[in-house]
Design a protein around this ligand. Structure first.
Ligand SMILES: NC(=O)c1ccc[n+]([C@@H]2O[C@H](COP(=O)([O-])OP(=O)(O)OC[C@H]3O[C@@H](n4cnc5c(N)ncnc54)[C@H](O)[C@@H]3O)[C@@H](O)[C@H]2O)c1
Length: 356
């Protein structure tokens, strides 16, 4: 759809944000990115983030980018006053479960206060259409599988990170009830993995990765000696945890489909959608798939379960198919192949000079 509408993307230089920016540019949206670089790389604090530079090369299109913090109301307001913004996609957040337990205030401050400032500035500038990056963590411990959008949320959220996603969803609901001009879609991601097939952009976690796929990829490329597998006595196919992995490009397309929904004049208020494949894969199944895609050995050791981890989690994504015309198309082989392409071309992430 050729549209020329303008989307403000918070956290646009990050992993899911950058892949969504590619998709938006390909669908002829104008993109403005805001990112404070807390988890994104730039050569200097005043330069465009490296991920966005690479996207400009990849797409031949330009991105307006501000290295600012969403919590700074004045700076944010200036962006809204400078550009005519149609929609906001809100990715900016801190996202480490473990870190959130150690530094809860930092997470509440960044993720909840930051969202409140953003929503306030949006309201004041009459921009009232929002897509939010939520997470399957809002469901807490599954009462039944697969998880559908009617599953209770907020019960048994075991860590501050998950609670921030739940609270922000509640704030969005209240905002939509208070003002009928607001429409807000919350996309509850399952486990995003993979990278753009060009190998130019991908996931670049700082420090020890929290998530399985970047950990496996760093072992394959020789950055880490072995993978720790947390628990092998769960009630699953092989005893290791089962999750619903989704290719980040499928996820990116889901955001564009969510924006399409705003063209439907009957669409009002708050609505959540699951974005997952609907299929669960165990840790050891992922290790096998990655070995096949990379041709590398992945040494691993079984260690204790992590507190708060659950045996299995996977989505019922049928609502997104019905109402957003979206479903995941890429399988585990594509997820592993594209991750390996990115990791092997960029063994040290965006700081790898040879990737250009
Ligand atoms: N990757 C996952 O496994 C996953 C799963 C479910 C939900 N999510 C959510 O999706 C969103 C994107 O995740 P991601 O994996 O791309 O993370 P990411 O860390 O790669 O991207 C987030 C970006 O937001 C920026 N940011 C953080 N706080 C900011 C602030 N106050 N002001 C401006 N910029 C700020 C960071 O610098 C980073 O570039 C997050 O909200 C995350 O919670 C991610």
């Amino acid at each position: 759809m050729a549209n020329g509408k303008t989307v403000l993307v918070t956290g646009g230089a990050g992993y899911v944000g950058s892949h969504t920016v590619v998709e938006l540019l390909e669908q002829n949206y104008n993109v403005i990115s805001i990112d404070n670089l807390v988890n994104a790389y730039a050569d200097s604090p005043t330069e465009k983030p490296e991920s966005l530079k690479r996207i400009e090369k990849l797409t031949g299109k330009s991105i307006t980018s501000y290295n600012i913090d969403i919590r700074c109301k004045d700076n944010l307001d200036k962006v809204f006053k400078t550009h005519k913004i149609d929609y906001v996609i809100h990715f900016a957040a801190l996202k480490s479960v473990g870190e959130s337990c150690a530094k809860p205030l930092q997470y509440y401050q960044n993720n909840i206060s930051g969202s409140c400032v953003l929503f306030e500035v949006m309201s004041e500038n009459n921009v009232k259409k929002l897509v939010f990056s939520s997470s399957a963590t809002v469901y807490g411990t599954p009462q039944k599988l697969p998880l559908d959008e009617n599953h209770p949320t907020g019960q048994g959220c075991t860590n501050p990170y998950g609670k921030t996603k739940f609270f922000v969803e509640e704030i969005m609901k209240d905002l939509c009830s208070s003002d009928s001009e607001w429409s807000a879609i919350s996309l509850r991601y399952f486990n995003p993995v993979g990278a753009h097939e060009s190998g130019l952009i991908g996931e670049d976690p700082s420090g020890i990765p929290n998530n399985l796929m970047p950990f496996i990829a760093q072992v394959a490329v020789g950055r880490r000696a072995k993978l720790s597998v947390y628990g092998s006595d769960y009630d699953t196919i092989d005893g290791t945890g089962v999750r619903d992995y989704i290719h980040v490009n499928d996820l990116a397309i889901g955001h564009v489909r969510a924006l399409d929904k705003f063209c439907d004049n009957n669409f009002k208020g708050f609505k959540p959608y699951n974005l997952g494949t609907g299929k669960g894969l165990s840790v050891l199944q992922m290790v096998e798939a990655f070995k096949k895609a990379s041709g590398k050995d992945i040494p691993y050791e079984i260690v204790d379960r992590r507190p708060g981890d659950i045996a299995s989690c996977y989505a019922d994504a049928s609502l997104a198919l019905k109402e957003l015309n979206w479903s995941a198309t890429k399988d585990v082989n594509a997820m592993c192949k594209d991750t390996w392409n990115w990791q092997s071309k960029n063994p040290n992430g965006y700081q790898t000079k040879t990737a250009n």
